[in-house]
Write a protein that binds this ligand. Structure first.
Ligand code: ADP
Length: 303
């Protein structure tokens, strides 16, 4: 039986170095990356849709064409006159990637401004996915609108999944950031944090502390990702560990967590055990970290 997966957030224009002063254009963003991998891993009877707001400019049109070509539904995407998408540039400095962003006026910041449209879109989905980045780009009133609708969806029995993806530079201050991440988690019944973010910003000494903190907020199920150390699952009261898949040559860890989430959720929603779903998520992420770029060709992914 199929269903509908809806991912909510911001997809940006990505510019990366193509040599000789040229830039290569792509499209990516954490919640979009997860939609991409969920689409790649789910069978055709599942639809995967993206929820954001774009402008009426040519780049917004190109982004929509790219999404559709990837099999991702775009019917829920509103467009606003005179706006443009956010953009980021990847530069290499001594082999290290650095990111510069132009996203302060991105159309996606308006994604919760039409509450009726938001509600209808959420009602049409079976599983909803959002992140701390989705919340970080929004004004406080818009955060409230989005979380109220997600809480409503959760109360109606839908799966609501949150990846805290903590990015301090999106937020006006640390206290507000941590309080809003906690509010995001409270709206969800499954949270997928990365341990390095949680320890850096919430000060957790152990994965067990991260799990306990999210359960204390009322989250039923938690999966803590920890890079090459694998993932720790706390589902239905029991804890288990699923190792990462060994990778000989890690070339680019961009999107490791996003692709894990897409692979993991694609199995979980179809009834796999959390452990089997996490093993598949790890297999997907292992392929992704072995290739350049946030979005890799779906044909390369494990079946
Ligand atoms: P994030 O990208 O959100 O920081 P992690 O780095 O924790 O997420 O990685 C998410 C998942 O990707 C891990 O649980 C693991 O399965 C896989 N992964 C990440 N880094 C590696 C690696 N070096 N080798 C193999 N798998 C990895």
């Amino acid at each position: 039986m199929g269903g509908r997966f809806l991912s909510i957030g911001e997809c940006m224009v990505e510019l990366s170095q193509a040599g000789e002063g040229l830039l290569r254009k792509g499209f990516a963003g954490d919640t979009f990356n997860t939609a991409w991998y969920a689409r790649a891993c789910l069978p055709a009877e599942w639809s995967v849709d993206y929820f954001t707001v774009l402008g009426d400019d040519p780049l917004s049109s190109e982004m929509l064409t790219f999404m559709k070509a990837g099999g991702i539904g775009t019917e829920a995407i509103r467009r606003i006159e005179g706006r443009t998408p956010g953009l980021y540039l990847i530069t290499l400095r001594n082999g290290e990637r650095t990111f510069s962003y132009w996203r302060d006026t991105a159309a996606a910041k308006k994604l919760a401004d039409d509450a009726d449209h938001l509600r209808r879109s959420l009602e049409a989905a079976d599983i909803l996915y959002f992140s701390g980045i989705t919340l970080g780009i929004l004004a406080p009133e818009a955060v409230e609108t989005l979380l109220a609708e997600l809480r409503r969806a959760r109360a109606a029995g839908k799966r609501v999944v949150f990846d805290p993806n903590i990015r301090p530079r999106l937020w006006p201050g640390k206290d507000y950031m941590l309080r809003t991440i906690e509010a995001g988690a409270r709206a969800a019944n499954l949270v997928l944090p990365s341990f390095d973010d949680e320890t850096a910003h919430f000060g957790d000494a152990t994965i067990a502390e991260t799990i306990a903190r999210y359960h204390a907020l009322g989250v039923e199920n938690v999966v803590v990702k920890n890079g090459a150390e694998g993932a720790t699952l706390s589902f239905g009261g029991g804890t288990s560990h699923v190792p990462a898949v060994g990778v000989q040559n890690v070339v680019d860890t961009t999107s490791a967590g996003d692709s894990f989430n897409g692979g993991f959720l694609s199995r979980l929603v179809r009834g796999a055990s959390p452990e089997d779903a996490a093993a598949y998520g790890a297999a997907v992420a292992a392929v992704v970290v072995g290739h350049h770029g946030a979005l890799i060709n779906p044909a390369l992914l494990p079946s």
